[in-house]
Each structure stands twice: as structure tokens, then as C-alpha cells.
Design a protein around this ligand. Structure first.
Ligand SMILES: [Zn+2]
Length: 132
């Protein structure tokens, strides 16, 4: 991604892509996977919360720009860079959480332990054994 892509569209594309990537990882890893465990790392590593200029844009684009105050209460900062980056982290964290909530849930089959999207048909290999 180039430096001039600080647009609202590119932000929300990245939010959605991050949610999809986390959900795909969940699907690959199965029922023991906790999305919330990796969500923190994903957002923490995003250029949107690392770079001051981008973090400022996140707070302009996100409806969750005040999430940090709801999570942590009043804040005290000594410089704008820290303020914007920390506030952007909480905003993006909540934006990606909301994007995840829009995606199909992952189901895990009790018979064969396979994971699949809730809106997919699961053609279970174990089910054939039930036919006499
Ligand atoms: Zn199955």
C-alpha cells in the first residue's frame, strides 16, 4: 500500500480484509481458536495505528473514534503522536470487531470436526456411516 492511500475507502477495505483474514484463520484452526486473541495483534501491527498521519485519518473515518474513552476512561497524553495512535488502535479494534460480526459464523461438525461457514452446506464424510 502506498503512502497516498490514506482514504476512507482504503481504511474500511483494510478493516474488512482484516476481519476476513481472522475469520479464515478461525476456520482453518477450528473450534479452539479465539478471534479476540489475534484481533489485538492484527490491529496492533496495522499501519493505520502505527503511523501518526494514518491514525489521525482513522479517527476521522471511524464511528468508534471515542472507543478508547469507553474502554479506558479519561486519558492523559504528552504528545499528539501517542494520543492519535492509541485512540486509533481502539477505534480500529472495534471497527474490525463489528466487521467480524457481519461475517458468517464458523460451525464445527460434531461428527468429523471439520469447520465451515454457517451458510455453507457441510457434506460430512462421517454421515455416510449412518446409512444401512
Ligand atoms: Zn462432518
Amino acid at each position: 500500500m502506498s503512502d497516498n492511500e490514506y482514504t476512507e475507502q482504503s481504511y474500511f477495505t483494510d478493516v474488512t480484509d482484516m476481519a476476513v483474514e481472522i475469520r479464515e484463520q478461525h476456520k482453518a484452526c477450528g473450534s479452539d481458536f479465539e478471534e479476540s486473541d489475534v484481533l489485538h495483534e492484527y490491529v496492533d501491527g496495522s499501519s493505520w495505528v502505527i503511523y501518526y498521519a494514518r491514525a489521525r485519518q482513522v479517527l476521522e473515518y471511524s464511528d468508534n473514534d471515542c472507543a478508547i474513552f469507553e474502554e479506558l476512561g479519561p486519558q492523559q497524553w504528552e504528545d499528539w503522536g501517542t494520543a492519535f495512535c492509541q485512540a486509533a488502535f481502539f477505534a480500529m479494534h472495534r471497527d474490525v470487531s463489528e466487521a467480524l460480526a457481519e461475517l458468517p459464523e464458523i460451525e464445527t461438525c460434531d461428527d468429523c470436526d471439520a469447520s465451515y461457514n454457517e451458510d455453507e452446506d457441510h457434506d460430512c464424510p462421517e454421515a455416510e456411516g449412518d446409512e444401512d
